[in-house]
Ligand binder design. Structure first.
Ligand SMILES: Nc1ncnc2c1ncn2[C@@H]1O[C@H](COP(=O)(O)OP(=O)(O)O)[C@@H](O)[C@H]1O
Ligand SMILES: N[C@@H](CC(=O)OP(=O)(O)O)C(=O)O
Length: 604
């Protein structure tokens, strides 16, 4: 007999017929002897409909009232499912998040779970009940100690389910949805997407936060932190679905279930070089040609960043081992000459070091990157290049300052000596370079022009955004500079969530006023296509293959950002789905089996 948490998403409980089918499935699990806690979402697109109703009445509804409204969606499904279970002869009790003991922060609309008080759930389980819990919601103790209904943010029922599994020490958490499991990409957009039997939590964290809606990244983070056995399966079949694999678990600390220490370790990779090209022509195929040539010369590139800048030409920078710098410089020169890129400039700097902090708690906490950059700024260390992902933040700094930078990062994140590593071993050869690809159309690209090129500038931008609760992705500094040595400026581009754009402009206004001539600039509508795989860092040529597939489809790349296990390209919004299809095909991810989603896409 096992204790299982089963979560059924909105599509699986979209109407009473489906609720009945879910009840039968739960009854069958119980027949097998399992103890069950069931988490459900609101029926179908209820949450979108409620949000639409609120918007029709008020342009900026109070967050407290939004939580009060949205929490009703899940309350309908728990009651109906419990009734359907009674009809199947299963003793079931429905519980709101509050009744189930889900205690959260007081941040309305995006609350993190602090703890789950499991006494009542355990008593009901001992009495033989199936407990049906409303996902996506909890309760805070409020400012004056008064309990308030909170919601966890869109897609939050996955988070509720995995948090309950962690707190109850369940034997497994099963996410039932409208697809057979985690596929190589969204089957609604790519017809031949294939099922993955297993995927690591690190890879899933990236995929989920880059657009794979099948699992919420916060749920993956909890599963990874506490070692919850997690599977994703279809509500309509008995097939085993996808198993998530994670490293060793850690005990639930006193700091809050979702708020544990965000950073697990820091590492420094010495002897790096930065190659930088500026004023490169902005047309499809440039990045592909360059990185193919580097790959053909046997050069393994690590981080890559690229963005379009003033004059509609590109700046591209990448890092690799310093021992390979001269050969890389030669290859770049040859490629630029062959392209006839007369106005392009090339620079190469050895003696650099890459400092990285890693931890599943970085996800959704923009303050973590900001704290790292603040720490560097206080030491007067300039950031040559920045790469961010959901589980890692890296920056390239002057190699002579590397050891100091690592120590300071260790102090800032309260890391013990054994959590600080010099020159970490390379990744495991044999991991697939690309497991899956994802498309995110919820992002916008923005630029901040004429940022002072001195320590602390990137930190100030990240800090201002972090204080406003805004996460940045893909931060790219231009290679070209404006102004003389006294007042040298660079442009910075980044992507952020579409909803956050107005808030970002407001948050940055005070600092931009201090930097004479600096300004905020919105880019065109974009889509971000990303490839993710644990073997990416040790498989030469992966990025080049992605760039080539886009070039062959005639798609221009306006921004490139990589981290260890992913490469993201920003393209025009209209090219998004075609870009996803091209990249999926380029890595041979398609197959003969057809998997389709049962639900309908959420209304725009
Ligand atoms: N890599 C992927 N694998 C599987 N499904 C994906 C992937 N990327 C996006 N999806 C989409 O996620 C959807 C499931 O998530 P969601 O609609 O939130 O389900 P639920 O209603 O069960 O919560 C699928 O219908 C599919 O279109
Ligand atoms: N009902 C909430 C929570 C949720 O997780 O839903 P689903 O499991 O259907 O993605 C939402 O729509 O955001």
């Amino acid at each position: 007999m096992a204790l299982l948490i089963q979560k059924f998403g909105g599509t699986s409980v979209a109407d009473t017929e489906r609720i009945r089918a879910v009840a039968r499935r739960i009854a069958a699990s119980r027949e097998e002897g399992h103890e069950l806690v069931v988490v459900v979402s609101a029926m179908g697109h209820t949450t979108d409909q409620l949000t639409g109703m609120a918007a029709s009445l008020c342009s900026d509804p109070p967050r407290r009232e939004m939580d009060m409204l949205l929490a009703t969606g899940e309350q309908v499904s728990i009651a109906l499912l419990s009734m359907a279970l009674h009809a199947e002869g299963v003793p079931a009790v429905s519980m709101t998040g509050t009744q189930a003991g889900i205690i959260t922060e007081s941040a309305h609309g995006r609350a993190r779970i602090l703890e789950v008080r499991t006494e009542r759930l355990r008593r009901l389980l001992e009495d033989g009940h199936v407990v049906v819990v409303a996902g996506f919601q909890g309760t805070s103790s409020g400012h004056a100690g008064t309990p308030e209904i909170t919601t966890l943010g869109r897609g939050g029922s996955d988070t509720s389910a995995v948090a309950l599994a962690a707190a109850l020490g369940a034997d497994g958490c099963e996410i039932y949805t409208d697809v057979p499991g985690v596929l190589t990409t969204d089957p609604r957009k790519v017809g031949d997407a294939q099922l993955m039997e297993s995927v690591s939590c690190d890879e899933m964290l990236e995929l989920a936060s880059l657009g794979a809606a099948v699992l919420h990244p916060r749920a993956v983070e909890i599963a990874r932190n506490y070692g919850v056995p997690l599977t994703v399966r279809s509500s309509w079949s008995q097939a085993p679905g996808t198993r998530l694999t994670s490293g060793p678990a850690r005990p639930i600390g006193s700091e809050g279930l979702e708020l544990g220490r965000p950073v697990d370790g820091a590492e420094l990779e010495a002897d790096q070089a930065v190659l930088a090209l500026s004023h490169v022509p902005d047309r499809p195929g440039v990045a592909a040609t360059l990185f193919e040539a580097l790959g053909a010369a046997g050069l393994n590139v690590d981080l890559i960043v690229q963005a379009i800048h003033e004059g509609a030409s590109n700046d591209i920078a990448f890092t690799l081992a310093a021992t390979e710098m001269e050969r890389a410089r030669q290859v770049c020169q040859e490629v630029l000459a062959a392209m006839g890129a007369d106005g392009a400039q090339l620079s190469a700097e050895a003696g650099m070091a890459k400092l990285s902090i890693a931890g599943a708690g970085i996800l959704g906490r923009p303050g973590v990157a900001a704290r790292l950059f603040d720490t560097m700024a206080r030491l007067g260390i300039n950031l040559r290049l920045i790469a961010t992902s959901e589980v890692k933040v890296s920056c390239v700094v002057d190699g002579q300052l590397g050891a100091r930078a690592l120590r300071a990062a260790g102090e800032a994140f309260e890391l013990a000596d054994q959590q600080l590593r010099h020159d970490p071993p390379p990744c495991h050869l044999g991991d697939p370079a690309v497991r899956g690809v994802a498309l995110d159309r919820d992002q916008v690209q923005v630029s901040v022009r004429r940022v002072p090129d001195r320590p602390g500038a990137a930190a100030a931008i990240c800090r201002a955004l972090a204080d406003a609760g805004i996460s940045l992705d893909a931060i790219v500094q231009s290679e070209r500079t404006h102004g003389g040595p006294e007042d040298r400026r660079r442009d910075m581009s980044f992507t952020l969530r579409r909803d956050d754009r107005p808030g970002a402009e407001r948050a940055l206004a005070p600092i931009l006023r201090q930097w004479d001539g600096a300004c905020f600039e919105e880019g065109p509508a974009i889509a971000r296509v990303s490839a993710v795989g644990a073997g990416m860092a040790c498989t030469a040529g992966t990025a080049a293959r992605m760039f080539r597939s886009l070039a062959d489809a005639g798609i221009n790349i306006s921004l490139i950002a990589t981290s260890e296990i992913r490469t993201s390209c920003v393209v025009a919004e209209a090219d998004g789905v075609r870009a996803l299809q091209a990249v999926h095909q380029a890595f041979g991810l398609g197959g003969a089996t057809r998997h389709s989603a049962q639900g309908t896409e959420a209304p725009a």
